[in-house]
Design a protein around this ligand. Structure first.
Ligand SMILES: N[C@@H](CCC(=O)N[C@@H](CS)C(=O)NCC(=O)O)C(=O)O
Length: 242
């Protein structure tokens, strides 16, 4: 059974956390919406799930993973499912719960980062909410970014070389991805925190150096960050005065 991932074809977004787990696990998968429409791909493939035209469980939003009879939505659930099946999760129940906690915290950070550019409405363009975005980003850089990074760094230092347990898990992949995203979105603000997160910086390099992860990051399958995704770089959100 090959995994089928349904996610918006031109951006990393929340789908990237799933792609990273599938890639690190060395599992073949079809990134369905990146296929041509005539082969069942394109955004239409996702929208048909949204319209309830597909069999099985009714997911709300992408990322959606189809595996045989299973239809899974909610990024943390999908990462956990794949991670636990393919050696990218702790073996014990307590460790599995901790990995899920790390991932859910990464989701909180990701949602916060999304709201930097869309603080008022996801239905309106960034340019229509730019003033509110600058206020949100100023507050985020002053009060939230350091807090998130300090928690990640402290949790890692307390645990050891990996976010949970003694081997790389989907939690480490997610932490790498959220750091990559924050670096893309807020390079100036992130640089000011660099000296305070040595363990996270080392973790990120360890994850990037894993053979399958390195191959993926260097491949065309890795969509570059852009201003359609969750982590967007608008200079005015990065260096406005705090
Ligand atoms: N909590 C969900 C959020 C899913 C979500 O918001 N997906 C976005 C793309 S990243 C989407 O396409 N949402 C469609 C909508 O909200 O209408 C998850 O983690 O998977």
């Amino acid at each position: 059974m090959t995994y089928k991932l349904y996610y918006w074809p031109t951006l990393q977004g929340r789908g990237e956390f799933v792609r990273l787990v599938l890639e690190a696990a060395g599992q073949p998968y079809t990134d369905v919406a990146r296929l041509p429409a005539e082969e069942g791909g394109g955004a239409g493939a996702i929208l048909s799930y949204r319209r309830g035209e597909q069999e099985g469980w009714l997911p709300f939003a992408p990322p959606i993973l189809v595996h045989g009879e299973h239809v899974l939505a909610q990024m943390p659930v999908i990462c956990r499912y794949v991670g636990e099946r393919h050696g990218l999760a702790p073996a014990d129940e307590a460790g599995r719960a901790r990995a899920q906690q790390v991932l859910l915290t990464v989701c909180d950070i990701t949602n916060d980062a999304h709201d930097l550019h869309h603080p008022v409405s996801v239905s309106a363009y960034y340019e229509e909410q730019r003033e509110a975005a600058i206020r949100k980003a100023t507050s985020f850089r002053a009060h939230r970014l350091g807090m998130w990074l300090t928690w990640l760094e402290s949790a890692l230092v307390r645990e050891g070389d990996w976010m949970v347990g003694h081997e790389m898990s989907y939690a480490d992949l997610a932490v790498m991805q959220v750091l990559d995203g924050l670096d893309y979105a807020l390079p100036v603000a992130m640089a000011s925190h660099r000296a305070g997160i040595p363990a996270l910086t080392a973790l990120r390099e360890r994850v990037r150096a894993q053979e399958k992860v390195a191959a993926y990051l260097a491949s065309e399958r890795r969509i570059p960050f852009n201003e359609h995704g969750i982590f967007r770089h608008y200079p005015e959100l990065d260096d406005a005065p705090t």
